[in-house]
Design a protein around this ligand. Structure first.
Ligand code: PLP
Length: 465
């Protein structure tokens, strides 16, 4: 067996990495100078790096390691499945047991009449499926001109050409010819940054009503679907005002357009229920899932589709699919992950014990002079850094300057907390304990202190005009 524990020195690994490995969302030359942090092992909520440091992973990998690291059961299931049937496809009228069993389980767990699963290898692929599925649905319904999908600015739906177009990240759209045609974006329900003097609930309603305005502007007969993350993740853990989703739902219902809930982060317990749609009272026609579906132990994603949509789609051959749609090893691993989440009552424990505890501690960070707001739902939270708390001021420096300083302080203090611009975000494994939450908060506070000092020392504690 290849065990990469007795590895070469960190500097050599970093040099090879910089020479041969092109990283996602990374400036290559900067990384070459600095060297990547190399993670070698993990257990529970703790990562070990190539220097032997133990780091609390408050991001759950990349929002995905819901059951925590080091669960042997998943390794056993993967090995067993590889021996029994490492691969078979699900194209052309064939199937296999893991794909069937997982689809039935997802139909049971998903709310309402979301009873049908189209598999993908990732969240991006699943959202590409959704683009083609909703357009094909309307074509099948005799309305092929209904092909516009409306999304939000600063949404994240993946990194392929299709899903990146659905997303509303301007930095992504600037590279490689995105968005593709017939994707339109409305503003996000981000009160702290964009709400001005408005009351948050009035702001939430106003942002939701942009959907109605956009539908009227484009023509209701042209709009196929709306897509949104119940809580925006990569955009900065932006929890919409309570008024937002009910109004979005009302508008989708009024115009009969399909609602896609991108549950790639919110799904599988992140918000304190199995799906974010349950926590936020959304009735989607399609849910995108990935990440927590397998707790990141194997790549898998999918679209969970309503009876209404599946019935229409089943009347045609959908010329779409991925070699790894319903990969048997990934399906077996996902099923075992769901068994653990269910049998160990991990979602219930989050809702009743650890999320309320984390909320109280996270909100206590608002007392820090650098913090302009704290937001949290279930096991995902964010805080805004500000040079001036009372006015919710942004920094005069380039967006992300202060956030990056804070992130670097966190990493130095053995805490993985990410920054999105000048917002700090967390999404820890759902199994994090109360004492581990205490450690997270202590390290966050210490990092905020050090970041504040550095920001002042560098003369950056200035508000934008
Ligand atoms: C991560 C993410 C995706 C993309 O999933 P990948 O597996 O990285 O392709 C899509 N939607 C949301 C909400 C995500 O957070």
């Amino acid at each position: 067996m290849t065990m990469i524990t007795n590895h070469m020195p960190t500097a050599e690994l970093q040099a090879l990495d910089a020479a041969h490995h092109m990283h996602p969302f990374t400036h290559g030359n900067q990384l070459e100078t600095k060297g990547a942090r190399i993670i070698t092992r993990a257990q529970g909520v703790t990562l070990t790096d190539s220097e032997g440091n133990e780091i609390l992973d408050a991001m759950g990998g990349l929002w995905c390691v819901n059951i925590g690291y080091g669960r042997d059961e998943l390794a056993e299931v993967a090995a067993r499945q590889m021996r029994e049937l490492p691969f078979y496809n699900t194209f052309f009228q064939t199937s296999h047991v893991p794909a069937i069993a997982l689809a039935a389980k997802l139909a049971e767990l998903a709310p309402g009449d979301l009873n049908h699963v189209f598999y993908a290898g990732s969240g991006s692929e699943a959202n590409d499926t959704n683009i083609r599925m909703v357009r094909t649905y309307w074509a099948q319904m005799g309305q092929p001109e209904r092909n516009i999908i409306i999304s939000r600015r600063n949404a994240y739906h993946g990194s392929s050409v299709g899903s990146g177009s659905l997303g509303g990240m301007s930095g992504m759209h600037a590279q490689g010819g995105m968005p593709i045609p017939d994707i339109h974006h409305i503003d996000q329900p981000h009160w702290y940054a964009e709400g001005g003097d408005m009351d948050p609930e009035a702001f939430g309603l106003a942002r939701a009503r942009q959907l109605e305005e956009k539908i009227e502007e484009l023509g209701p007969h042209r709009v196929a679907a709306f897509i949104g993350e119940p809580v925006q993740g990569a955009g900065g853990v932006i929890i919409p005002p309570d008024s937002y989703w009910p109004e979005i739902q009302r508008i989708c219902d009024k115009y009969g357009i399909l609602l896609i809930a991108d549950e790639v982060i919110c799904g599988f317990g992140r918000t304190g229920e199995w799906f974010g749609s349950q926590t936020l009272n959304i009735r989607p026609d399609i849910m995108t899932v990935a990440k927590g579906l397998s707790s990141g132990y194997a790549p898998i994603g999918g679209s969970i589709v309503s009876d209404r949509v599946a019935e229409v789609m089943n009347d045609c051959e959908f010329n779409h699919g991925y070699t790894y749609s319903g990969h048997p090893v990934s399906c077996a691993v996902a099923l075992e992950n769901l068994r653990i989440l269910e049998e160990e009552k991990i979602v219930e424990r989050v809702a009743q014990e650890t999320a309320p505890y984390l909320r109280e501690k996270w909100e206590s960070l608002f007392a820090h002079p650098l913090v302009g707001e704290t937001r949290i739902i279930g096991m995902m939270g964010s805080l805004a850094l500000t040079p001036h708390k009372a006015s919710r001021a942004k920094f005069a420096a380039d967006p992300g300057t202060a956030g990056y300083i804070c992130r670097e302080r966190c990493f130095a203090n053995n805490l993985v907390m990410r920054h999105v611009g000048d917002r700090m975000i967390i999404s820890p494994p759902l199994v994090i304990s109360k004492s581990e939450i205490d450690t997270l908060i202590e390290r966050a506070w210490q990092s905020l202190d050090q970041a504040e000092k550095q920001i002042r020392d560098e003369g950056l504690m200035k508000a934008a005009a």
